[in-house]
Each structure stands twice: as C-alpha cells, then as structure tokens.
Design a protein around this ligand. Structure first.
Ligand code: AQP
Length: 328
C-alpha cells in the first residue's frame, strides 16, 4: 500500500514564500507515488480573530493556490477541515489523554497568545492538529520547522492511546526540509516570516506583483558588510541565501560557493529575478483557475467525500477501543 502523507495550511491570510518553500514545495515532490491528502485547516484559523466573509473567500483562493503551486488534483486529495466532523470528534477524544503540561510547553501557543490574547482553542490547537494527522493513518507529514513540536505531540498521543486502548494509530514522521525549514521575515530576521506580520515589507506573498517582490527584496535587512563571504554574515543575509537556495533547489553551501564575492546589491537582484520567475508562473496558473469555481468546488467535494470515508475507518476503531456509542 502507498504511504500516506498529510499536511495543511491555515486560510488565515495570503500564502507567502515561507509556506511555499517550507511546506508546499515538499508536498509537490512527495505527492508522487504516495496517497497524498492536503487539508485547508479552517478550524485552526478561528483560534485567532477572523472576518467570516474573508475566511470563506480564502477557501477557494487556497485551493487554487495549492494547484497553482503544483499540487495535482488527479493525484492528491484536497479538502476543507470543517467539512469532515471526524476531526473535531477525534480532537475531543484526544483531549482526554492530553495533559496541561504537554500543551503549556508549546511555543506557538506562547507566541500567538501574546499576540492575540488567550483562548482555549489556541491552547488546544496542537491536539486538533494531532487528530488531523492521526485520522488518516498518516506515515509522513511535510511541514516547516515551526511545526516540529506539534508533530512530536501527535506521536506522543498516538503512542499513549495505542498503549492504553490497543493499536489504533500509526506513528507519523515529520518531514522537514533541510534548506528552508524556517524562512524569516525580511525586515526582522529573528522572527518567522508570517501571513499575519503587520510589516508588509517582511513577507513576500505568492500573489505579490513583480514590483512588490523586487522592492521587498531590495529593502531586506542585511548587515554592514558589502559582499558575500563564507563566514556566513548576519541572520538577514543568511535568510536571503536560504531563500535563494530553496528557489534554486540547491544546498546553502552550494549557494555560498556560487555567490562568494558578489556584492549584496548584485545578489539581491539575482534573488529577485529567481523569485519573480517562479512566482510569476504560480500567479499565471492561479489566474487561469481561480475564476473557475465549479472546477474548484468539484475538487473540494471529491476531497471531502474521500476524507470522510477514509477517516471513518479510523474513527470506528477509536470508538470501539473506547467503548463509545452502541455496538454496530
Ligand atoms: N516562515 C516559514 N518558513 C517555513 N515554513 C513555514 N510555514 C509557515 N511559515 C513558515 C509552514 O507552512 C505551513 C502552513 O503554516 P500555517 O498556515 O498552518 O501556519 P503558520 O505556521 O502559523 O503560518 P503563518 O504564515 O505564520 O500564519 P499566521 O500568521 O496566520 O500564524 C506549515 O507547514 C508551516 O510549518
């Protein structure tokens, strides 16, 4: 049987190059020869305030962007999390074997609750994420570095459940890219590039215009040096080199070797050319399909039906293991 891969992105704003190189680029490679399931995780999104109208709009936008980035709807299943109630049901059940301490350690909760204020959903986010993954008997989860801690929790909960109630869940493995697992803000390179960054110059969005991309890269923070050298320079510069390597599909070491001695100005132009070229292709494809809502809805309908059917198998095992409901 093919290995199952599962991953998702929140429809919480506009997708950026961090999401692209940290997650989506890996999804595209990994969809080959695997049972690939990609979710639009809207239930996670409401753990911070959202405008309901915008949130709905984002569903089809994200679907079109997944496809524009190279997800092949003939090979992979794309669906919306809130359309499969098994996610929240399993999330609830996993809550009952999760300790407060496990969730209090989560850095994303600490960061987001400082930014948006606390709510129980934000605290419980990693348990719902564990449910998302475990429902599909997932083998591999391609994510950015920031999700590693959440993946460890999913594995711990699966182990605990299996030990207490019998073997139900497969233990998922995180697949974290080597070169671009954590893309940082172009303006504050000690913080992760993020959809919700208030400083628009820090984030390159997949649908930015060519002028916006060039401006953001030109204004990216570097350091007082003027030329690239192998001592690797500041966080800002190494972030730009990380992005360059990801778009070039090469290692960071290869990029340093190739670019050593170039002025920062020359390098930024090369980087902008590379990003503009890739994103212009994504944008072209996106514009071709975004207006075809019938096509996008068909994909999501098929994805939903598949997700419900597949996750029902796991859900029934969970209910049986716990003695919930009546005997079938
Ligand atoms: N900066 C990043 N570098 C590498 N990977 C990243 N990912 C996110 N930011 C970076 C990866 O993208 C996938 C989807 O992320 P998400 O939408 O579920 O949530 P997030 O990590 O909270 O993303 P943002 O952009 O920071 O959104 P907001 O601002 O809404 O919180 C994940 O695999 C993630 O690792």
């Amino acid at each position: 049987m093919d290995k199952v891969i599962f991953s998702g992105v929140q429809p919480s704003g506009n997708l950026h190059i961090g999401n692209y190189v940290g997650a989506l680029k890996q999804w595209v490679t990994m969809q080959e020869g695997r049972d690939a399931i990609f979710c639009i995780v809207d239930l996670h999104t409401i753990t911070v305030p959202q405008d309901p109208k915008v949130l709905r709009e984002k569903i089809l936008e994200m679907t079109a962007l997944y496809i524009a980035c190279g997800i092949d709807p003939e090979k992979a299943h794309i669906f919306v999390q809130s359309e499969n109630p098994n996610h929240t049901q399993l999330g609830w059940i996993l809550n009952t074997i999760t300790s407060f301490g496990q969730l209090e350690r989560m850095t994303q909760f600490k960061e987001k609750s400082q930014k948006y204020g606390e709510n129980v959903g934000l605290f419980d986010y990693p348990v719902l994420m564990a449910a998302d993954i475990l429902l599909y008997q997932t083998d591999e989860v391609p994510v950015g570095e920031d999700q590693k801690q959440h993946l460890e929790l999913a594995r711990d909960l699966a182990k605990k459940f299996n030990k207490q109630f019998g073997e139900v869940f497969k233990l998922p493995i995180p697949v974290i890219g080597k070169e671009a697992a954590r893309v940082m803000s172009l303006q504050a390179p000690t913080s992760k590039m993020s959809k919700s960054d208030v400083n628009q110059l820090g984030t390159v969005y997949l649908l930015d215009s060519e002028d916006q991309i060039r401006e953001k890269i030109k204004k990216a923070v570097t350091d007082s040096q003027t030329h690239i050298s192998k001592d690797r320079g500041s966080e800002g510069l190494s972030n730009l080199l990380t992005i360059y390597s990801a778009f070039k599909n090469q290692t960071l070491t290869d990029s340093y070797n190739q670019l050593e001695g170039k002025s920062y100005g020359e390098f930024k132009t090369l980087l902008a050319d590379l990003v503009v070229l890739d994103l212009s292709q994504i944008k072209k494809k996106y514009e071709e399909i975004r207006g075809n809502e019938e096509y996008l809805n068909q994909i999501l309908d098929g994805g939903r039906d598949f997700a419900i059917e597949k996750s029902n198998e796991t859900m029934q095992k969970v209910l049986d293991a716990l003695g919930l409901g009546r005997t079938a």
